[in-house]
Design a protein around this ligand. Sequence first.
Ligand code: SIN
Length: 511
Amino acid sequence: MNVVVVGSGIAGLTAALHAHELGHAVTLVTKSALGGGCTPLAQGGVAGGYGPGDGPAAHAADTISAGAGLCDPAAVDALVADGAARIAELRARGVAFDRAPGGALARGREAAHTHARILHAGGDATGAAISAALCAAVQRTPMSVRERTMLLDLIVEAGRIRGITVLRDGGAVEIRADAVILATGGAGQLYAHTTNPIETTGDGIAAALRVGAAIADLEFVQFHPTTLPGVPVFLLSEAVRGEGAVLRDSDGRRFVFDSHPDGELAPRDVVARAIAGQAARQGTPVHLDATGLGADALARRFPTIDRVTRDRGFDWSREPLPVTPAAHYLMGGVVTDRHGRTTIPGLYAAGEIARTGVHGANRLASNSLLEGAVFGARAAAALDEPWPTAAVDITPCPSPTDGTTAADADVAPEPLPPFDRAALQRLLWDEVGLRRNGSGLQRALRIVRGWAVGLPPAVDVRTYEDRNLLLVADATLRAALARPASVGAHHRDDPAPGAPTMAHPSILETA
Ligand code: SIN
């Protein structure tokens, strides 16, 4: 079978390798260079390195708890059941996970995990190690790799995927295929502050929206609590808090305990809102204090952070670092079943672009690399299976975002000045960021629709990306409008009267 894989992060690389090893003719398409995107930037590791007293069941329970009750338990079971095999595969392909002094695999702890079960490589360079190993494996195969080739659209004929169109060397080109696996990642570039690289513009989600694939849960955007402000912001891994660093307000107080009994290791959405709220109250950034860990331990355990913070003029072994939340991960996306199958026959999705049901309303730290590997492999394995004749088995989503809802039906475009990407990013940061309310969401939707109407025809990568960002922004705003209750990463300041509070049961958060 001719298979096109779009995207070269962990999900795309795994899917491509598995599809090739199963005998398919694979074309791997990637917008930047092979191995671009978010994966090489991932500092935090791969959940699934179980020690004594831990195992897949405890990992599944933590995943479901972090997901605020909205995970699909069967998808979570698939994640933890296949995790060991995928970690073994990564090791076989050359990823050297870090070892403890006695020689056993070192296991780190991150927020909302009940056990230390995170594997890292190169300290805080896990994604880079994985990306390098998988790219090298791809380069040892004869598969066709098309770099600097941007997905434009999906070709659907008679209800079935038939290939893609791409932008290559300035022109639109068709690549015909029997199956397409989307692994283009999320849409962090919707936001003014994001840990995602510049190319993360929601291209796959937008293409799927244009052909009517089911999309869900776009309102669930995870904001990483701790990034170093600057351009670009720089991730300060949650593992730093896992090793004992603490968050302090301007009086030196560990303020996160006001919001949650787990303090710095509470679920990410809680910590991120606590940081933003405290910074707003005190008028200055809060600080991450890692001074207690010692200069040697910091340099050894977090070599990348140590280097970058020093390059930016900080000595974090002696002074706490200012921190701010930033958009980090999209829990929603293209709806798939447990085999990566979307609602369009022949179209699969894996990794951050996919809404598998694993993450619910809030992803558990270090589950994303694992999900990319597990569901990339599962999508490739499903290529040989007949497409189900019944509708793909999709867990019902409380607020599907694949259509216009009553909440946004009367939102008309308003005339505006020409579109500007930075203005879009600021608008979404303000109105569909850490906290949302109905009037802000409606206002943002009006502006986004005004920009969409006035957008000139796309001619190059930048303008095609702008088109995609506006489409995904529109869908994200509609999704947020359609969910009146706060849950997980979606926090409404104006819950509709009587709307059920679906927040994490252990949250003590103040409004
Ligand atoms: C981190 O290192 O804090 C990021 C890990 C993740 O997002 O899973």
